[in-house]
Every structure is written in C-alpha cells, then in structure tokens.
Design a binder for this molecule. Structure first.
Ligand SMILES: [Zn+2]
Length: 279
C-alpha cells in the first residue's frame, strides 16, 4: 500500500496558487507532516515526500534554485519522521518542465538537476526514489539514471498516460506503457508503473499492457480520483473512496503490486483501497 495525493492535499490546507509547495517544508512544516502522518494512519506502507517540484528548474520559478538541497532534505526528514520504523519513504521527483525536444535544456543539465535532488532526498533519509508523472521517456531515463548512479537507493519510475480515441494509452509525448518498460529497467528502475491520469479504471488496461510485455517487473499504480472537473474556479475530483476501491481487485488481477493514489485522493481513499486489498 502506497499513499495518496500531496499537491491537492496541500491546496486543501491553504497552499495558494503561485506559492511554492516545497517551500512549505520550511514555512509550514506542521501541515506537511500532518499530510504524511495522515497517510501512515490510513494504512500506507510507503509514503512520498513533498518534493515533486524540487528540481532547480522548478524551484527557480520561485527564486529558490539555490535551495534545492535544503528543501528536498527537509521534505525527506518530514516524511521520515511520520513514517517511523517499519514504513518506507519514497522521495518524489517530478518532471522539470523543460523539454529536450525543444532544446530548452541539455541532457547533461537534466541529469545534473536530478542528481542534485536525489542526493538531497537521500541525505534526508528516504528509502527509495520515485520518479513520477513523466511524459518524456528520455527525461524519465535521465532521472532514473541520475538517481541510481549517485545514491545507494532503489528507483521507482511511473509515467502518466491518457486514453486516446482508439482506446490505446499514450503519454503526452506519445509513449505507450509497453514502450517505457525496457528503457526504464535498463536505466536502473526496479519498479515501474503509472500515476496520475484519469482514474483507476484506465489503470487496469495500462497494467495489462505492461504485463503482456513483462510478466515479472514489479508494477506500482498511483491513480487520480477520476478525471478532474473545474467548477467555480476550483478543481474537483469525482471518484469517491468507494469507487476507487471498487477497481482494486481487477487491478491486482491485472498484475499490480503496489497501489496508492494520485491527485484528488485522500487518506479516506487509501483506507478504502487498503480494505479492498485485504478482502
Ligand atoms: Zn496526479
């Protein structure tokens, strides 16, 4: 059992649009710790860190590029404190927002940015790295390599897929679930999978596709609580904890090994998923 959303949970706790989520590891430590603890209480065996946007490329938008080490280390320490003994902490690394394709950044610059973040997360005490919400396979591979080659940690990597009108799944950059497997494994990922997206239902097809290609690699799924809807200037996620949990058995049958949630999921979703896992 993994955990649920962080970004949408921070917003619920008052993170304003335009505010840097990772700065909250210093300015709102108690709120961030509270999120981590709420997932441990709900039954998560693995919890993430508040460091999704913790590369220097994301932090520089807030004038915080020189605080990568401090903010990531703090993120890791907060989740480590909540996890205590026996539960594991996954250091979250998200995309940089810079596109190799458009030559906004070089491979070396991406590698260096991921290395800097991964090393800070390790210094703060994480048990593994989770590279997530990736859409560009090349960026994902660089993040996995930089984490593997510069820390003693295992690395998980999940990409984000959308359903095409044909019924197939692709990332925004056109990568299929089957296509991501070997490059990520070759780069050093020991667990792969999918996160975010449009809800639990689609994850079953994605895991089936992964399993057709590779029957052994451990698969992690962090699904959103459905497709986000915009109402009154607010984002709303429609899938209730019960609805999310209703897909758990199909997901396990399709071959998923670790299950948690992404945007819009709450400790209540985790609780219901956990109940379903044990049914
Ligand atoms: Zn998400």
């Amino acid at each position: 059992m993994s955990d649920g959303a962080w970004g949408t949970f921070l917003q619920q706790k008052g993170l304003a649009p335009g505010e840097c989520p990772e700065l909250w590891n210093i300015t709102h430590r108690k709120e961030v710790l509270d999120i981590a603890e709420s997932y441990i209480k709900a039954g998560s065996d693995l919890i993430e860190t508040n460091s999704f946007g913790g590369t220097r490329f994301k932090l520089e938008k807030y004038g915080l590029a020189d605080r990568v080490s401090e903010l990531n280390k703090a993120a890791a320490e907060i989740s480590r404190e909540a996890a205590g003994e026996g539960k594991m902490v996954l250091g979250s690394i998200g995309p940089t927002g810079k596109l190799l394709l458009l030559e906004e950044v070089t491979k070396e610059e991406l590698y260096d940015a991921f290395r800097e973040q991964a090393m800070a997360l390790e210094a703060g005490g994480v048990d593994a790295i989770v590279v997530e919400t990736m859409t560009d396979l090349e960026e994902a591979v660089l993040a996995v390599k930089a984490s593997r080659e510069n820390t003693g940690l295992e690395v998980i990597c999940t990409m984000t897929f959308d359903k095409l009108v044909t019924g197939e799944y692709r990332t925004m950059m056109g990568i299929s679930p089957a296509e991501m497997i070997q490059p990520l494994v070759d780069a050093g990922a020991t667990v792969i999978g999918a996160n975010c997206g449009n809800g639990m239902a689609g994850m079953v097809s994605i895991v089936e596709e992964i399993r057709r290609e590779n029957p052994v690699v451990p698969v992690l799924v962090h699904a959103n609580a459905g497709m986000p809807l915009y109402q009154d200037g607010k984002t709303h996620f429609p899938e209730s904890p019960e609805e999310t949990a209703s897909f758990v058995h199909s997901l396990i049958r399709s071959g998923a090994n670790i299950i948690g949630g992404c945007c819009g999921t709450t400790p209540e979703h985790i609780l219901k998923i956990k109940e379903a896992v044990h049914l």
